[in-house]
Structures are given as structure tokens and as C-alpha cells.
Write a protein that binds this ligand. Structure first.
Ligand SMILES: [Fe+2]
Length: 256
């Protein structure tokens, strides 16, 4: 099964990602070369980049045509990375149009880089009641989560799934993000890896590098392929394979 990347800034001119169509194509090519088969384009939807569903869909159409014309085997789909404080002001129809990978019941919520978002678990639970699954974007980059990774348990219990950024997992974003990503995997509080790519090149995308960093094999496939595929289909998540599990025993407890 091909790798599915549910978080990227491949759409040109909407945010701090691709600046033009050429760069978008460059990102698409580097993703396809890295083994990615499906990518969700998730422009920022927040105060500094208030992307509208119309703008996202127009840019998506352009990129899809250009990718096909360039003969790149990559299925580029829609989406959005919604800031928590924008959530309340978006109509149901807009939320559905920002649905990840074209699934109107799958939403990518940006976890802030600083501070602890109060009431996030309630927001996730409310969305879940409306049949919407929340994907929490890269909490491992947040200082509070780095200090207390277990705090994420509440949002996961509320029905959210947690996305780690590929460059965190393999250490490209530094030791703090890498350590937190690993801890979240051990605690089984992380469910998928996505690139959050803003530019082309293995340094920026690098899904295969992240898959290798978790030891490859079944766990890597679960994080980069099986879980995102189930989310796109609206299916239950597949059982998590062994690997990087919560450490048991006295030694494990002492290390925590
Ligand atoms: Fe992002």
C-alpha cells in the first residue's frame, strides 16, 4: 500500500508553503519519488492565512491538473489546517469542504506551538458527536507536550487521533521534538506520520526517512499507510502492531 500523507502545504500562494505552481510541482515530484501515493493539501486556515474553501479548491484544481500533466503519480486531495480559534467561526459547510483528503468528516486541527490549548478535549468530543474525527497536527513540537506528553491522553480519549511530523520523528527538527515524538509513540498517543511539507526535498518532506526512524516494518506501515487509509475511508483504526510500546516493568517505570 502506498504511503498517505495527510498534512502538507503544497498548494501555491495560500500560506507559507509553495510560493508558485512550479514549487508545488517540485514538492509533488519529491513526494512521489519518496513513495507517497496520496497527499492531502492542507493550507493554513488561521488569522495570518485566512484561506477560504473556494481558494483552497481553486488552487487544488490547478495543482491536480499540473501534476497530471507532468506525469507525476500522486493523488493530490483537499484539506485545511484549521487553527483552534477559527473553528467556531467556520460554517458546517466550510468545515466539510476542508475535510482531509476529501472526507468531510475528517478535520486537521493545528496544535499551537506554545501553551496548552484549554478545552481542546471538549472541542474534539463535540466534533466527534457531530461525526467528525479530529486529527491533531504535530503536538510533539509544543513545549508543554514535550514536558508532559501524557497530557495528550485526554484528547485521544475524546476521540482525536494524533499526527506526528516526519521531520520530528527522525530528528530533523531537533532533539526535543524527536524525544517527544518517540515518547508519544511509546505511550500509544500517536497514530500517524505526515510531512507537513512546505517545500520540496527529503529534508522538508521525508516520509520514508521517518518510517525508517521508527524501525520500519509494521509499525511504520501503520503510521504512514494503514491509519491514514482508514481515516480517509471513515473506518475504525486498524489494530496497532507491536513496536515502541509503553515500557513495562520496574526499569520502564523508573525511566518515565
Ligand atoms: Fe502545517
Amino acid at each position: 500500500m502506498a504511503v498517505i500523507d495527510l498534512h502538507s502545504h503544497i498548494l501555491p500562494g495560500l500560506d507559507d508553503g509553495a510560493r508558485n505552481l512550479e514549487e508545488a510541482i517540485e514538492i509533488a515530484r519529491s513526494m512521489a519519488d519518496d513513495g507517497v501515493g496520496v497527499v492531502s493539501a492542507t493550507p493554513h486556515v488561521r488569522d495570518d492565512y485566512p484561506t477560504s474553501p473556494d481558494a483552497m479548491e481553486a488552487a487544488l484544481g490547478l495543482v491536480r491538473s499540473a501534476v497530471a500533466e507532468a506525469g507525476i503519480a500522486l493523488d493530490v486531495r483537499g484539506g485545511g489546517e484549521i487553527a483552534l480559534d477559527r473553528l467556531g467561526s467556520l460554517a458546517d459547510d466550510s468545515l466539510a469542504r476542508f475535510g482531509l483528503g476529501g472526507n468531510p468528516r475528517l478535520l486537521l486541527l493545528e496544535y499551537p506551538y506554545h501553551g496548552r490549548p484549554l478545552g481542546l478535549e471538549h472541542e474534539c468530543a463535540r466534533l466527534r458527536q457531530r461525526g467528525i474525527v479530529t486529527v491533531i497536527a504535530h503536538p510533539e513540537r509544543n513545549l508543554s507536550v514535550q514536558e508532559r506528553p501524557g497530557d495528550l491522553e485526554e484528547v485521544v480519549r475524546a476521540g482525536a487521533v494524533v499526527q506526528l511530523t516526519a521531520a520530528s520523528v527522525d530528528g530533523r527538527l531537533g532533539r526535543a521534538s524527536a524525544g517527544c515524538a518517540r515518547r508519544l509513540l511509546e505511550l500509544e498517543l500517536a497514530h500517524l506520520i505526515a510531512s507537513d511539507a512546505h517545500a520540496a526535498g527529503v529534508r522538508e518532506a521525508g516520509m520514508s526517512q521517518a518510517a525508517a526512524a521508527v524501525g520500519g516494518g509494521e509499525l511504520a506501515r501503520w503510521l504512514t499507510s494503514d491509519v491514514p487509509a482508514a481515516l480517509l475511508e471513515g473506518d475504525e483504526l486498524p489494530a496497532r502492531p507491536a513496536g515502541l510500546r509503553r515500557r513495562g516493568g520496574l526499569l520502564g517505570r523508573l525511566r518515565r
